[in-house]
Design a protein around this ligand. Sequence first.
Ligand code: SF4
Length: 205
Amino acid sequence: MISDNNSFTYPVMEHFYTIQGEGAYTGCAAYFIRLGGCDVGCVWCDVKESWDAAAHPQMSVSDLVSLVTSTPAKICVITGGEPAMYDLNPLISQLQSVSVRVHIETSGAYEIQGKPDWICLSPKKFKFPIKEALVRANEYKAVVFHKSDIEWALSYVSDLPSSCIKYLQPEWSKSELVTPLIIDFVKSNPDWRISLQTHKFLNIP
Ligand code: SF4
């Protein structure tokens, strides 16, 4: 029921309208909703304040949809935290009902509930991705913190759909060290692409 969907709530750490900086939709305007709550525990996480869901206010689907539709945004990115810890059906379906595309950014550690228009799966060594999530990925974006991360990322490729776009992305603080390795890898494996955190170069959220 629509009314039930509208009153469903999520812990929201922050929300903002900006430019997607990473991956397949780099350069596209998008409204970001960052849900609180994550138990993946990446050592290099740049949003550690998102981990504790209880530290963030609950917001209803109707309030979130109103925020998105108060902008010209045609894409809403639900990120985290780990958004797949929650039943995303109510938020996804209400956004789609007002013609907003919904993109999810997940580690793949949980089964994704709901039918987003795009799933970006960024696997993490700290809590492995599950097959049920991998088989639904539109985009696979492995963050490279150490050179061994490239080989580790390859170990999940057989579970990805053939249409999935595969990216290696240098972890920001290790960029100088790992970017040359990524460049060499992509030149040797042209079915992979490089993703950069362009929003950090642009100094936008
Ligand atoms: S999955 Fe994302 S939010 Fe969670 S610890 Fe890793 S980088 Fe941080």
